[in-house]
Design a protein around this ligand. Sequence first.
Ligand code: ASP
Length: 443
Amino acid sequence: MQTKVVKFGGSSLADAHQFVKVANIIKSDPSRRYVVPSAPGKRFPKDTKVTDMLYACYDVAARGGEFSDMFEAIVERYVQIVKELGLKIEDRILREFSTIRMSFLARAGRDYAASRGEYLNGIILAEYLGFSFVDAAEVIFFGEDGKLKLTETCKAVKERLEQVGNAVIPGFYGSMPNDTVKTFSRGGSDITGSIVAAAVNADLYENWTDVSGFFVTDPRIVPDPEPIKTITYRELRELAYMGAGVFHEDAIFPARQAGIPINIKNTNRPEDDGTMITETASDDSSPYVITGIAGKKGFVTVTIEKDMMNAELGFGRRVLEAFENNGVSFEHMPSGIDTMSIIVHKDEFEAKEDKIIKAIQTTTNPDKIDIDRDVALMAVVGRGMRAQRGTAARIFAALAHAKVNVKMIDQGSSELNVIVGVREEDFETSVKAVYDIFVVQKL
Ligand code: ASP
């Protein structure tokens, strides 16, 4: 029999009604054996996620403030779920809450506080499904440096899960060498799911959320964009700007290393295929030449000019060191014979601007430094571009028609992506123009 690891996000488990949908999905396929839940998310747009309630409540408790009302509001979320599901574990949940309250008073830490959202949801879901509950703190390990110990973790998860047929393992946290709880960064239940999938060598890692996978572009720019059926890990990395919110970037690595495909699915529309993320995909597995268009505003281009720059040994290194020594990482670096441009995030750069410019001036003695603060980047990504002549020509023809002036072009030698820099006010127009030519007109 196949083994699938299934992770459900916060909106998929926001209330009892959502729990029922989740249980139906799990029960409809016996290979869905290992389940990783998030904490209850928002039930309606203005609602607060339990994780945020826990952080806020703990902060008050840690300052010695009165936190009873805030705490009760969290208890209420879980009690309501338990009651509406008709489970007989209200006493157990209340006992857990009195331990949590005591730990808050004993300053057990923000990570511990936040992790209780997943922990309690895991207990409830395990009970509802009739699956074993495996506390993530017992099988997911971080080192002294706060980094995940992947090999040891996979071994522990595997050994533990082999003893049980089905299990619920809460997402988002693990333990430090001194047994305190540590969480991943926000949205980190995706990472737990990926680790569990790698550990049990699953056939598939299903990541259930509230959208039917990735779309070719941002629905806020192009209404109702086409879904992406298949995307490769590398394409997804190139489109990292787009993944935000749907899937945690760090969650790709464990599953990818173990060669396990990831399927992003929608709990509210389980019949939709969603998006499959795989190592390789044939060029004809997508109906379009491109796979996705993503991008962001808020970049700065720093252009350094110096005659004979190309003949000066170590010039590029010294420029990059000016950024590195100030803790600013660069996004792209297009260059000419006597010019070099560094594209960085505006907010990061402006916080260190004076120091960086001074360092470039003293270490490279340039003829001129230009700063352009009006840059948006658009990434057009697609495995199909390699096999198709004229893709770049079509992108730039579409932009010219839309009267967009292109400031910068950067094509990776993998021929998987073309990055275009435009003025911020032209960003949405650019995305729409490229979407129109490749997806609407299917050119
Ligand atoms: N509950 C955590 C958060 O809100 C982790 C997760 O949902 O993946 O960030």
